[in-house]
Ligand binder design. Structure first.
Ligand code: HEC
Length: 146
């Protein structure tokens, strides 16, 4: 029952291309492979802020998506998703200062993300990345990026 509910809720939110089982696997993958560095939102308390070793994933995704749309676009939703997934696929295995879309201040503070080659498989990325996109992409407000 709970699964059916999750499916209904996520479908309503626009997760209609992901089935409930994939969402659950993606959540687990994010917890195991990304969350040790990336929080979801910016932490509020000082101690948690001090422990940060990477930008919150919502902030990182905002930089990535808005940069791609600015350089290549304005893109239609499906094109933006596709190009973002191509970028993420490459960045996770081959990150570099040159490719990074995060602001200079973010790179200065945390350094460049390490390559996750050998830590996360292609099969896992296929499940994880579409979910990361749907979950953490920025949303336009009145046709403008926030
Ligand atoms: C060992 C710590 C660490 C892990 C693990 C990690 N990241 Fe990162 N990530 C970083 C740091 C630091 C940055 C900021 C610097 C940069 O952009 O390279 C970053 C940046 C990013 C960015 C922005 C890239 C850009 O263009 O600047 C995305 C998107 C991202 N991470 C996604 C992920 C995902 C998805 C995972 C899990 C599969 C993950 N990261 C795992 C440390 C990590």
């Amino acid at each position: 029952m709970k699964k059916v509910f999750t499916l209904l809720i996520f479908t309503a939110l626009g997760f209609n291309t992901l089935i409930a089982k994939e969402i659950r696997s993606a959540e687990i993958l994010f917890a195991k492979k990304c969350a040790m560095c990336h929080t979801v939102l910016k932490p509020k308390n000082k101690a948690a802020k001090k422990r940060m070793v990477a930008p919150p994933i919502t902030k990182a995704m905002k930089s990535v998506v808005i940069t791609i749309d600015a350089l290549e676009g304005p893109l239609k939703d499906d094109e933006l998703k596709e190009q973002t997934l191509v970028f993420l696929q490459d960045y996770i295995y081959n990150p570099s200062k040159k490719k990074a879309d995060c602001e200079g201040s973010v790179i200065k503070k945390f350094g460049v993300m390490p390559s996750l080659k050998g830590f996360i498989s292609q099969k896992e990325l296929d499940v994880l990345l579409p979910w990361v996109y749907e979950s953490f992409k920025p949303k336009k407000v009145n046709g403008e990026w926030p």
